[in-house]
Design a protein around this ligand. Sequence first.
Ligand code: MN
Length: 291
Amino acid sequence: MKTTIKSVAAVLNAPAPHMVGDGFRVHNFFPGGYKINMSPFYLLDYNAKIDFSARNEPRGVGVHPHRGFETVTIAYHGAVAHHDSAGNSGVIYPGDVQWMTAASGILHKEYHEETYSKSGGPFQMVQLWVNLPSQYKMTRPKYQALKHDEINRVNLPDHSGQIEVIAGNYQGIKGSASTFTPVHVYNARLNTGAKASFDFPAAYNTGFVVIEGKIRINQTETALANQFIHFGPEGEEIEIEALEPSVVLILSGEPIDEPVTAYGPFLMNTPEEIQQAISDYNQGKFGFLED
Ligand code: MN
């Protein structure tokens, strides 16, 4: 039935970039760049593909806190080394995903991995902030390191591509990451001519990032690398076709219907909880991590 097609609300260009530390040159699609409601996704920082020059001292961002949400880092080019105050560390290589639940509070640092830093070269990443509902905001921090090879996937017909199911589910295949609320996060890797279709509840907030290539959506709109496709609130079905070899990050989630109070690296429900986060952080309650 034609009435179930989910329409494209807008195809958005990447906003002007800014630096996070000296290691991430990010385009903030939301909430800064565009005032769109993508709850439970609160923030999308997109480091479009750029070349960093070789450097012995890795670039990055030093020790900083988070509380009340999850950071999800998805690597496409380059490599990032992570350390946190819960004792977790690891390197996020191309195709890997790090799903870090800050929840009650964590300190972490994110730097270019040393070997990558010394050689320099292409770097492309996404960092998402996925909000947590109030009942989970003060739960224990959690860390899921998903290696590219281990991410569950669905092969499209005729070797035309793959859907990597990072979270949620796709055609009966469960996502590799566990989540606190219903969200679907996939990487679609498509050869020229490949088609993939998606079916998300109408009430979910849905958006795609074209990481690489050029796609046609619902046989009408076209989107290029570094553009964000924001879908409207009606309809469920989306079909994409790759006009070139393409990589598309697919995001859809059930909105969290709660007040949001954001301040820097904290994402809570009320201003009082933000004050508490600042106070707890200043009192060293987020643990310790060496610079
Ligand atoms: Mn961070």
